[in-house]
Design a protein around this ligand. Structure first.
Ligand code: C5P
Length: 232
């Protein structure tokens, strides 16, 4: 496809999953592969956007597509704190920010700068004290300029589509974003899969569209919907 309908658009995409250090060799992480975010970055650049991808712990094989792409600049991040710093530095110049990264809600308070050893805990297991990370997306949405579009993702488990959408509407409202892409995850859906289904909820809590297919197809549907939201 050679329709450059995103020509001139500057887009910031976060993808992957953050790692919160416990000590120099251990972390708290999650199962987000970064595939959906990478697919969005590649699809947007193919459509003419100028894309920056903030890649949180994405496998080199998955990143191969973006590293070869002339329209995408990649910066690696690891923790939520890293991601927030890199986003904050670039947010103002982005027309669209798409937050697909799975950001840890908590980090370890006072991560050890030495490896934690069993010998140091002869009487049992150490206790990890967690503290909350800031909600980066909520902050970006609160600080956005008129005309800037902020898109969030919500990976949710639910017993029914109705419940899924209800959770999505509440989350869209809480985060204050222009568009929220809700995708169902579970032991065998969403993460680490080639296929995806996204329910796209706008600022009026309307489900504008449900896109299903490969992560590339889901990405194209999301980009079409972002364009639709931006002209309103
Ligand atoms: O609340 P929940 O983690 O489900 O929200 C998911 C959305 O919020 C994603 O777009 C994710 O990138 C973003 N997020 C964030 N900062 C956090 C947690 C989530 O930006 N601390």
């Amino acid at each position: 496809r050679a329709i450059l309908d995103l020509d001139g658009m500057s887009m910031l995409v976060s993808a992957g999953g953050t790692r919160e250090p416990i000590d120099p060799v251990r972390f708290i992480g999650n199962r987000s592969s970064g595939r959906q975010g990478v697919a969005i970055a590649v699809a947007a650049a193919d459509r003419g956007a100028d894309v920056t991808l903030l890649a949180a712990n994405i496998d080199a094989a998955i990143l191969a597509d973006v590293e070869a792409h002339p329209g995408i600049a990649v910066t690696a991040v690891s923790s939520a704190d890293d991601l927030e710093r890199e986003l904050t530095a670039r947010a103002e110049s982005a027309d669209v920010i798409v937050m697909t990264a799975a950001v840890s809600d908590y980090r370890v308070d006072g991560a050890s700068d030495q490896k934690i050893r069993k010998e140091d805990h002869p009487d049992g297991a150490p206790t990890l004290q967690l503290v909350q990370n800031p909600d980066i997306l909520q902050g970006l949405a609160a600080d956005r300029w008129p005309g800037q579009t902020i898109v969030g993702f919500a990976a949710e488990t639910a017993d029914s589509t109705d419940e899924l959408l209800e959770r999505g509407r509440r989350k869209r409202e809480r985060k204050g974003v222009d568009l929220l892409a809700v995708n169902e995850v579970g032991w065998s859906a969403g993460f680490e899969q080639e296929q995806n289904t996204l329910h796209l909820i706008d600022a009026h809590d309307d489900v504008l569209r449900t896109v299903s297919g490969t992560k590339r197809q889901a990405a194209e549907g999301l980009l079409d919907t972002i364009l639709r939201v931006r002209v309103r």
